[in-house]
Design a binder for this molecule. Structure first.
Ligand code: FES
Length: 132
């Protein structure tokens, strides 16, 4: 599905975001498990990932209608907006739910960072295997 991008122009890419990939090969085709990127404020973690070749699943295109874009925010949660009710309802459906689980399409970079997120290994299978 096509990724929905926000219409607002993004600012300069000044916010450091580290991605930790539990299964890098399935997401990028490479073996690097730690990828450091710079985000622009106003951009979602999902957008940043996709623009940089980290193919996080996003079955609904970023409209909070799935839980396939589930990530863990290890550091910097305070630089992201709080999850709203729609996100909380959805993320509860994700496998391996943790206290720091978020939907990456809803994680809009707001603060100065740094932010560290972790992409679970099962991400690539989430669409085909109904998690329960
Ligand atoms: Fe569906 Fe994020 S892509 S909720």
């Amino acid at each position: 599905m096509h990724m929905r991008h926000s219409d607002e122009p993004h600012g300069p890419e000044i916010v450091p975001v580290r991605f930790i990939l539990q299964d890098p090969r399935s997401l990028t085709g490479k073996d690097e498990a730690v990828i450091d990127l710079m985000a622009a404020k106003g951009e979602s973690i999902l957008e940043l990932a996709l623009e940089n070749g980290i193919n996080i699943e996003h079955a609904c295109g970023g409209v909070v209608a799935c839980s396939t874009c589930h990530i863990y925010v290890n550091k910097g949660m305070e630089h992201l907006p709080e999850a709203d009710d729609a996100e909380l309802d959805r993320v509860e459906e994700a496998p391996d739910l943790k206290i720091n689980s978020r939907l990456s399409c809803q994680c809009i970079v707001e603060g100065d960072g740094p932010i560290e997120v972790e992409v679970p290994a099962w991400n690539r299978n989430a669409v085909k295997e109904v998690p329960h």
